[in-house]
Design a binder for this molecule. Structure first.
Ligand code: CO
Length: 509
C-alpha cells in the first residue's frame, strides 16, 4: 500500500483560517526552502484570500510573492485555490479575465489549480479548468462538501463524474467548514475511487474536531493525499497539524514519514511569526467548537461576521442571526456556505433579523435566487424568487452565467493605460478584481514619508528570572522599561512596533 501523502497549507489556508491571511512574504521566505525539502505532495502558497490581502493590507504585489516563493521552494509543486468564475473575488468575471488570470498564474509558476464553485455548478469551473489544461498545468476539480437534504452522497459523486468528464487531473473533497464525518469521508472517497482512476485529495478544517478522524477514514478508503498545516497555523479553524496527523497514523499500513526534527524546527519558527501576527489571531479560532456543526459557518466567516454584527449594532442578536442562517440557506436552494455564498447568506440572515424576514432583500441574494451565480443545488423558495423577480424586473438565468458577460480585457488595458499603469495582463486581472487596491498599490508613495516612530510596547528579560521582569508598556518617548544597571548588559525580548526582537541591552549612563 502506498504511504499517504501530505500537502502543506501553512502558507495559505493555515494563516487564512487562523491569522486573517496576514502572513507576509518576508515571514514566509526564511522557511520556504525547509518546507520545500520535506517532500510534501504540494505546498499551498497562493490564491484564496491571499491576493486580496497582499494588495489591501500588506502592500505586496501578489505575483511578486508567487515568484519569490517559487524561487525559494522550486522542488515541491505549488498549489492555489481558485473560485472558478469568481477567480479570487466575490462576483463572476467574463471568460477572458478568468483565462488571463490562469495564464498569468501559470506563467509565474503555479502548478496545481484547485478550482471550486460555491454552488457546485460545474459549468462555473469549465473555463478555468480548460485554461489550466491548455497551459500544461494540473487541474484539480473541487467538490464543496456540505450537508443538506439535497447534498446526498449520490449527488456529490455525480459532481465528481462531471469533473472527470471535464478532464480534471484530480478531485478534491473540500470540506471548508469542517462538517465531514469519518463515515461519510470513507463512503465518498470509496465511491469516487470505485468509479474513476483518479487521485483524490481531502481538505478539511478541525473547527468541530472531526478532521483528523475523517482523514483517517479517507486514508482507509484510498484517498491519495490530505491537507495538513503547521502549528500554530494549524488545528482549530485550520487544517490538522502535520505532526499530530503523522502520529495518528503510527502503525497504519499507509503511515508516512516527514522528518519530526525539521517539523519541530518549523513549528519553532512559526511560533515567532504567530507572535508578530498576534493581533490577528483569536483564541476562539483555536478551540474545537461543535456549534460549527449546526451553524455550518466556515471558520473564516465567523470572525468577519462578529465584526459585521458590531457595525450593525446587533451583537446582542448573534444567536437569532445564527438561527436564521439555515432558513436563508434553504430559501436560496440549500447553497453551500463558502466564499462568496457564506458572506451572502450571512448578510441576508442579518437583514432578516433586523428588518423582518425577506423585508429587505440584498442584491446578492436576488442574484443567487435568479441563478446569476449558477444553478443552486436545490429549489429556491417561491416566495423569495417572486420577490427577486419583482425587485429586479428580471427573470431567472438558465444558461451558464458567464455567457452573459462581455469580454473585458481590452477595456481593462485601456483603463490601466489611462491611469498611467503598465497595461500588462497581471495588472489587468488584479485591477479587474481589486481596482482601488491595485491603483493604490502603484500610486507613488510619498517619498518624504518619515519612518514610523519606534514604540516599545513591552520588554521582558529573556533570562529565566521572572521576578526581575520589567514588562510595563512604554509609550513613545517615555523612559524605556529596562532594569539594567549602568554599564551592565542583559538579554531582553522586546516588542517594537508590533514586531518581536531578542536584544542585548546595555545602559550607557
Ligand atoms: Co480550507
Amino acid at each position: 500500500m502506498k504511504p499517504i501523502v501530505f500537502n502543506n497549507t501553512v502558507l495559505r489556508d493555515g494563516h487564512q483560517s487562523l491569522a486573517a491571511t496576514r502572513m507576509t512574504t518576508a515571514q514566509m521566505l526564511p522557511v520556504a526552502p525547509t518546507l520545500d525539502g520535506l517532500g510534501f505532495g504540494a505546498l499551498e502558497t497562493w490564491g484564496g484570500a491571499t491576493i486580496d490581502s497582499c494588495l489591501r493590507y500588506l502592500n505586496e504585489n501578489p505575483f511578486d510573492r508567487l515568484d519569490a516563493l517559487k524561487a525559494a521552494a522550486p522542488r515541491t509543486p505549488h498549489s492555489m485555490l481558485l473560485r472558478g468564475q469568481n477567480i479570487v473575488q466575490y462576483t463572476s468575471f467574463p471568460d477572458d479575465v478568468v483565462e488571463a488570470f490562469v495564464r498569468c498564474s501559470a506563467k509565474h509558476g503555479m502548478d496545481i489549480f484547485r478550482v471550486f464553485d460555491a454552488l457546485n455548478d460545474s459549468r462555473n469551473l469549465l473555463t478555468a479548468v480548460r485554461t489550466v489544461k491548455a497551459a500544461g498545468k494540473h487541474a484539480q476539480g473541487a467538490i464543496c462538501y456540505t450537508t443538506s437534504p439535497v447534498h446526498t452522497p449520490d449527488n456529490l459523486t455525480a459532481l465528481a463524474d462531471e469533473l472527470v468528464a471535464m478532464e480534471c487531473d484530480s478531485i478534491c473533497i473540500k470540506d471548508m467548514a469542517g462538517l465531514l464525518s469519518p463515515r461519510i469521508a470513507y463512503d465518498l472517497v470509496k465511491a469516487i475511487k470505485s468509479r474513476h482512476n483518479i487521485p483524490v485529495v481531502v481538505h478539511s478544517h478541525e473547527t468541530a474536531g472531526l478532521a483528523l478522524a475523517s482523514y483517517m477514514a479517507a486514508i482507509d478508503a484510498g484517498a491519495d493525499s490530505v491537507d495538513t498545516s503547521i502549528t500554530p497555523f494549524a488545528n482549530g479553524t485550520g487544517q490538522p497539524d502535520t505532526v499530530r496527523m503523522q502520529a495518528a497514523l503510527a502503525g497504519h499500513p499507509r503511515a508516512c514519514l516527514y522528518s519530526p526534527r525539521v517539523l519541530f524546527e518549523l513549528r519553532q519558527y512559526f511560533e515567532g511569526v504567530a507572535g508578530e501576527l498576534a493581533k490577528f489571531m483569536s483564541p476562539a479560532n483555536d478551540r474545537v467548537d461543535s456549534d460549527a456543526l449546526c451553524y455550518q459557518v466556515p471558520g473564516g466567516m465567523l470572525s468577519n461576521f462578529r465584526t459585521q454584527l458590531v457595525e450593525m449594532k446587533m451583537t446582542d442578536r448573534f444567536n437569532e442571526v445564527m438561527a436564521e442562517i439555515p432558513v436563508v440557506r434553504e430559501a436560496l436552494g440549500w447553497i453551500p456556505l463558502v466564499t462568496p455564498t457564506s458572506q451572502i447568506v450571512g448578510t441576508q440572515a442579518m437583514l432578516n433579523v433586523k428588518f423582518g424576514r425577506w423585508k429587505n432583500l440584498a442584491q446578492a441574494s436576488i442574484d443567487i435566487a435568479l441563478g446569476k451565480y449558477g444553478r443552486p443545488p436545490g429549489v429556491v423558495s417561491p416566495e423569495v424568487l417572486a420577490l427577486a423577480r419583482k425587485q429586479s424586473g428580471q427573470d431567472t438565468v438558465t444558461c451558464r452565467p458567464a455567457d452573459l458577460l462581455a469580454p473585458r480585457m481590452p477595456k481593462l488595458r485601456e483603463e490601466l493605460t489611462a491611469k498611467g499603469l503598465a497595461p500588462t495582463d497581471e495588472n489587468a486581472v488584479l485591477f479587474a478584481m481589486f481596482p482601488r487596491e491595485t491603483e493604490a498599490f502603484y500610486k507613488p508613495k510619498p517619498a518624504a514619508a518619515a519612518p514610523a516612530p519606534v514604540t516599545v510596547t513591552s520588554a521582558a528579560p529573556a533570562s529565566a528570572k521572572p521576578a526581575a521582569a520589567v514588562s510595563a508598556p512604554a509609550a513613545a518617548g517615555s523612559k524605556p522599561p529596562f532594569a539594567v544597571p549602568a554599564g551592565k548588559t542583559a538579554r531582553y525580548s522586546l516588542t517594537v512596533n508590533e514586531r518581536r526582537y531578542d536584544a542585548t541591552v546595555e545602559i550607557l549612563n
